[in-house]
Ligand binder design. Structure first.
Ligand code: ZN
Length: 150
């Protein structure tokens, strides 16, 4: 829950992030960082954006937008496989799990399905998610103290 709505004003339009629901993650860290929490942000009390992730990286906290895994097709059968698959899901043929890694070394394995189109909107979502996460952590610590006393 947010203390108050986070307001985004761009080009004469006002949008409010009216609620953020946080699920604290127990997941371990991956190559891109450690997922601290999953979040749902409600916009204008009308729309819910699910699939946000708060990730801790060496460079700080980032809020990842809702995304889907990218796929490609097996050369042998045309079956659909995620980009790190080592074997085709359909025919079982070996496929190079490194095929999606470009020379830059960073593979693009996911594509955002919902994303802000300007910096103000991105900052608003990030601010709202981080604030809700900090509130959830504080609340969890408080309830832990209360159960320790009892
Ligand atoms: Zn195949």
């Amino acid at each position: 829950m947010l203390a108050g709505p986070v307001v985004v004003r761009t080009k004469g339009t006002t949008v409010e992030i009216t609620d953020v629901r946080i699920t604290i993650s127990r997941a371990c860290g991956g190559a891109a960082g450690k997922v601290l929490a999953f979040a749902k942000a409600t916009i204008d009390n009308d729309w819910c954006m699910d699939g946000l992730r708060l990730i801790e990286t060496p460079d700080g906290l980032i809020v990842a937008m809702p995304s889907r895994k990218l796929h490609d097709s097996c050369r042998r059968c045309g079956g659909k496989n995620h980009l790190r698959a080592a074997y085709c899901n359909v025919c079982g043929a070996w496929i190079d799990p490194q095929r999606a890694i470009p020379r830059s070394g960073v593979a693009k394995l996911h594509a955002d399905v919902v994303f802000p189109v300007n910096p103000a909107a991105r900052e608003a979502v990030e601010h709202a998610v981080v604030e809700a996460y900090l509130d959830a952590i504080a609340e969890a610590a408080h309830s832990q103290e209360a159960s320790d006393v009892a």
